[in-house]
Design a protein around this ligand. Sequence first.
Ligand code: TRP
Length: 349
Amino acid sequence: MDIVLSGIRSTGHLHLGNYFGALRNFVKIQDSYRCFFFIADLHSLTTHPHPDDFHANVRIILSEYLASGLDPEKAVIFVQSDVPEISELYVLLNMLSYKGELERTTSFKDKVRLAKAKARNKPLNEISYDDHDDEGININAGLLTYPVLMASDILAHRSNFVPVGKDQEQHLEYARVLARRFNNTYGCDIFPEPRALDFGSGLIRVPGLDGSGKMGKSQGNGIYLCDDDRTITKKVMKALTDSGPVGPDSPMPECIANLFTLLELVSAPDTVDYFRGKWRDCSIRYGDLKKQLAEDICNTVRPIREKIDSVYNDDAYLHRVTGEGREKARASASETLALVRKAVGFKSF
Ligand code: TRP
């Protein structure tokens, strides 16, 4: 059975974008592949979280994974730092990773520019990636080698498929480069080249409520799986709209198209048709649209939120799930590492 692996960094609550873009699809494939889903807590260390927050953030993602329907009976659900084999592979793969290619990674360049802009209190378009004036700015080696750690996650289980969004495609490509490079360097065939798992029509971009393209953790435009009905309703009612269609062929502005995209995700087809008709004949009232959208989002999120609340405080359950996940993930990764160590030339005396 092909192996699928994916992870999410533990840097805050999961939102509807994570749910419809990723988690819902993870739930669907649990029966068809050998799935590994993990919490990338080592990756979160690039920003130096306080130790108390560090652990709390792992608990949050774990609870939200389980509440969304990831099933520890079907998939291996584990915490990255529970599997030291990943860190060991990371050391070895770092030796095959070149500074130049890591520096050319888009996500790294973006993060560097963002960090400089923040530190200098300047707009992003005035910031150059190439100047070396980064004293006192947290651009650490972990950030530079982020793609190597991600490749280690993937290759530790010799994964065949990785469900990733557009923003992670370059990282996945680098995992392929390292898989090939390791196999070539050591004359072995240990690593298959991991490919993107395409959910076809299941792949959707979930828009934000501020008229922008994408719901994101850092954009502050999201609805979270842990939001209660009141919070959700408030956010939806405040969503950006325009002054309304002016004629039968008015082009739909992005902010309204976004509301319809959300409606299509959470509402019945009849409801969507009804409001589309209202848009076309210019009789739409955005207040009604938003009220309906808020209600349907609440109905989607409520069962998940209730499950989060119960799982989050169930120490015994979380202990059991992570314990079993650790054992299975380590079993898989240590098989790989035994092959890797042999290929590299490690031998005991
Ligand atoms: N980089 C991913 C993100 O920011 C998280 C991640 C870490 C990941 N390791 C992974 C995703 C391995 C897929 C496979 O979303």
